[in-house]
Design a protein around this ligand. Structure first.
Ligand code: ISL
Length: 586
């Protein structure tokens, strides 16, 4: 693995600005709120913050629908406040990563308003417009059967009555896809990148960047779901024919002239060779990607998010193993993450978020992430073990456009079917993006947990558990024998940096028998000891045998204890529910 790259060793913290910290009492988080918490983040061990979109936006999809790439939405602040944030970051030797959303714009972006205004407009071709098709009965139909990603029962095409054509809108009708085939569009995007790099940003998280090139014939997708009219079409727009050309062009025109970090969101693609074309050391495209294998672990394969699929530790093991190999054996690079703003809370999803196990579960996942190769991304609140919203919340509390579309569609399709509705409720309770979007719980202060002033009404309801789960309670070490989730992360990140030859750049191998309960691996480098990580991904006591060829000197850390762990180092050991161990071997 190619060493000594700052973007490989850095720890990134994702901020979802609406829910981070509200400094002016309007119920929405803001830039000044972010700036006021930089010391907290520094203390945790963070080097870079990635801020989800703060540009001007009608907020149809919480800022992932941008109407001006070079200005800030007033609800978040001003360009001057971003400059101030950047200089405060620099003082602390930290950096800023912007969120670049250029597969689509808002339907209120000036480019789209022009494009929509008439078939002759010079910007018509900046978006993807197509004539309707007609069925046997003469009814108007979209150009193909692709479904919408954030409203999976709808068509991906939106009808424009005025010009008599459809435009492609893969995510929602408010997010028309840009036409990257048009060189003017690409030049305009390059210009946006330069604007932010010149202002002092250090790089970009690139939203669904692998969807920018579509198969030009726009073929119908195969039917995977006969109940619905529209079908997932990602075979025809994920890693399309010109993707690599476009990415290399971004590099040549812009990135190569700066010292940047780039991470591309890359859903729907699992092919090793295709991935290495993007993130291989010599690829010249992106530093790393977000691949969704781990966070899609409970989706029905081939489907979108609003589905349920059972999984166990062996699925985690297979997925992590594959990724560690791709990095280490083939000199690729990648990101390590369990959470983001599009997924439920990891402690609720991969472990047990009951009062008894929440703390242990969060630490188990921390132990795993801080001992794997890849650039680490911590999502706001993950360092506190924040959990999903309680099942008792009514679907009306959910604010995300995807959840709202899904719930509305369920009610309209099954108005009298209680069973269908409760199934849909159950899916929302497990999978909705809202779970990660509740305000960060800073203190135990009623009613807004320090996110906003007590008299404000937060844009989204605060999770009921804030009196127990909050940052203030976790910053103080009340009991020297016990670490909070925050302190456990702090230690984990520090240990990773101290032994970066092992945990960032080292070798990786699975350990022990294949198991659907325990996931164990070892890490080492040329001149280091071997480290052993053992993770019990069940809520039961499980017996596990230390392999005979591993001489475990001692268990250095574990999620049940603040210091050295007293446990057998040879033969059969008993792992407690959700127990994770880090051992040093001779
Ligand atoms: O649908 C998915 C797989 O089930 C998603 O992972 C999908 O790829 C993802 O939602 C893309 O997310 C990004 O782009 C969206 C935005 O709504 C998300 O918040 C953003 O992270 C459109 O910009």
């Amino acid at each position: 693995v190619e060493k000594h790259r700052w973007w490989k060793e850095s720890v990134i913290y994702q901020i979802y600005p609406a829910s981070f910290l509200d400094s002016n009492g309007d119920g929405w988080g803001d830039i000044a709120g972010i700036t006021s918490k930089l010391d907290y983040l520094k203390e945790l061990g963070i080097d870079i913050i990635w801020v989800s979109p703060i540009y001007k936006s009608p907020q149809a999809d919480m800022g992932y629908d941008i109407s001006d790439y070079k200005d800030i939405d007033p609800m978040y602040g001003t360009l001057g406040e971003v400059d101030n944030l950047i200089s405060e970051l620099k003082k602390r030797d930290m950096r800023l990563m912007m969120d670049l959303v250029v597969n689509h714009t808002s339907d209120q972006h000036a480019w789209f308003l022009e494009s929509r205004s008439s078939v002759q407009n010079p910007k018509r071709d900046w978006y993807i417009w197509k004539k309707p098709k007609f069925d046997a009965d003469g009814n108007r139909q979209p150009p193909n059967n692709w479904s919408m990603i954030l409203g999976e029962m709808n068509s991906a095409w939106t009808w424009d009555e005025k010009s008599g054509e459809y435009y492609l809108s893969l995510f929602t009708a408010e997010q028309p896809d840009l036409n990257w085939e048009n060189p003017e569009v690409r030049a305009a995007v390059h210009d946006v990148l330069r604007f932010w790099l010149d202002r002092g940003a250090s790089g970009f998280r690139m939203d669904v960047i692998n969807l920018i090139s579509k198969v030009p014939s726009y073929p119908d997708a195969e039917i995977v779901d006969p109940v619905h009219t529209y079908q997932p079409g990602f075979r025809y727009y994920a890693n399309g024919p010109r993707l690599h050309e476009y990415l290399r062009e971004i590099n040549k025109e812009v990135l190569s002239k700066y010292d940047t970090i780039t991470v591309g969101e890359m859903p729907f693609v699992r092919d090793d060779e295709e991935i290495l074309k993007v993130v291989g050391a010599e690829a010249g495209e992106l530093n790393m990607i977000f691949i969704f294998e781990l966070v899609d672990i409970d989706n029905v394969p081939g489907s979108f998010r609003m589905t349920w699929y059972d999984w166990d530790a062996s699925a985690i093991r297979d997925c992590v193993n594959r990724w560690q190999r791709l990095m280490i054996e083939r000199d690729g690079w990648n990101s390590v993450f369990c959470e983001n703003h599009d997924n439920p809370r990891s402690v609720s999803r991969y472990t047990d978020d009951s009062d008894e196990y929440r703390d242990l579960g969060a630490k188990l996942l921390c132990l795993m992430q801080t001992t794997l190769s890849g650039t680490i991304y911590v999502y706001q609140g993950e360092e506190l073990g924040m959990r999903n919203v309680p099942p008792s919340w009514d679907p009306e509390e959910y604010k995300d456009i995807e959840s709202i579309n899904y719930w509305k569609k369920t009610l309209s399709m099954y108005p009298h079917k209680e069973k269908k509705q409760s199934e849909a409720r159950r899916i929302l309770q497990r999978k909705a993006r809202d779970h990660a979007r509740t305000p960060v719980q800073w203190t135990s202060e009623a009613p807004n947990a320090g996110f906003s002033s007590p008299s404000a009404k937060p844009w989204m309801r605060v999770n009921d558990d804030y009196p127990v789960v909050n940052a203030a309670a976790q910053l103080v070490q009340s009991n020297p024998d016990e670490l909070s989730v925050f302190q456990f992360w702090q230690r984990g990140l520090a240990n990773r940096k101290k032994h970066k030859d092992v945990f960032v750049y080292g070798d990786f191998a699975l350990v022990g028998e294949e198991s659907n309960q325990v996931f164990a691996y070892k890490r080492w480098s040329a001149d280091s000891e071997v480290w052993l990580v053992v993770l019990n991904f069940t809520g039961k006591e499980v017996e596990w045998s230390v392999p005979e060829d591993l001489e475990v000197g001692g268990w250095m850390a574990g999620n049940y204890s603040a210091g050295k762990v007293e446990k057998e180092t040879k033969g059969k050991i008993v792992l407690k529910p959700w127990e994770g161990l880090l051992g040093e071997c001779g």
